[in-house]
Ligand binder design. Structure first.
Ligand code: HEC
Length: 247
């Protein structure tokens, strides 16, 4: 702001101030009324609609998919795509903190007197980019697959073997996903690290060896003797086809 602009601003300010009303009691009264309206609305809504508690907790479930409230989906998505554990604190705490500090310091680095949006291209671009990024991350976070799911397309070799093989492969994939193998094993991009990565297990173990692991595993892997024959065969077929290279 140059001297001339500053003088014009101060002149305008003193005129407006002489015409205006004092903060106490006018603004305080306005704010107090609005606060009462908001409180009354919340009380009325909680009395008429009640609070949602959701279904009762089930500590035995293995298929529960933890998800944040919708307004945290953007942060959840950032956490989900940032894989290296060393970068997780930066994504979860660092980036939001930096954004808050930038917002807090805004009056210090944006000293332009302009208020029209078309004369503030940088501020408008930053605002547009932030809203677009948060909208995109929220959408992606809301549509993220469950961690009990295997995000993997059938390898070309399986597709080439025809529809019946593809159905077996998809069925086996589902059995693996539902049996909780991902709690310990990584397949593709999802899964834990307690057991070996199974993404390319088909290149390492023969069908019989995979089947044997299920009934006669090394601890801490539990035995899977309860699976019915069809499911077990599909599961073994699915794992046997994982040769790696394709995700
Ligand atoms: C509690 C964790 C856990 C679960 C659940 C689990 N595994 Fe394992 N699995 C392991 C561990 C640990 C090993 C390595 C054992 C060893 O040292 O040989 C292993 C080994 C294997 C192997 C041999 C891997 C290799 O490279 O030799 C296969 C195949 C396998 N698991 C398949 C499965 C399947 C399929 C499921 C689900 C039906 C499953 N596992 C569930 C922990 C688990």
């Amino acid at each position: 702001m140059n001297t001339r602009e500053k003088e014009a601003y101060l002149r305008e300010y003193s005129i407006l101030k002489s015409q205006g009303k004092p903060f106490f009691p006018y603004s305080i009264a306005k704010d107090a009324i609005m606060a009462c309206v908001v409180m009354a609305s919340i009380i009325l809504m909680s009395l008429t609609l009640g609070a949602e508690l959701g279904p009762k907790v089930d500590p035995t479930t293995t298929t529960y998919t933890p998800r944040p409230e919708w307004y945290f989906f953007f942060l959840f998505e950032v956490l989900r795509v940032v894989k290296p554990p060393s970068l997780t604190p930066l994504a979860a705490i660092g980036v939001p903190t930096i954004c808050m500090i930038l917002l807090f310091l805004l009056p210090f680095y944006d000293r332009s007197p302009e208020r029209r949006p078309e004369r503030r291209p940088i501020a408008m671009a930053a605002a547009f980019f932030t809203i677009a990024a948060m909208a995109f991350l929220t959408y992606e976070g809301a549509n993220a697959g469950s961690p009990n799911q295997i995000d993997m397309e059938a390898p070309e070799a399986v597709v080439a073997q025809g529809a019946a093989n593809l159905r077996t492969w998809e069925s086996g994939k589902q059995v693996v996903a539902q049996s909780g193998c991902l709690a310990c094993h990584k397949i593709g991009h999802n899964g834990g690290t307690l057991g070996p990565d199974l993404t390319a297990i088909g290149g390492r173990l023969a069908r019989q060896a995979i089947a044997r692991t299920l009934v006669n595993p090394t601890a801490p892997m539990p035995a899977y003797t309860e699976l019915d024959e069809k499911k077990r065969d599909d599961l073994v077929e699915f794992l046997a086809q994982l040769k790696g290279g394709e995700h």
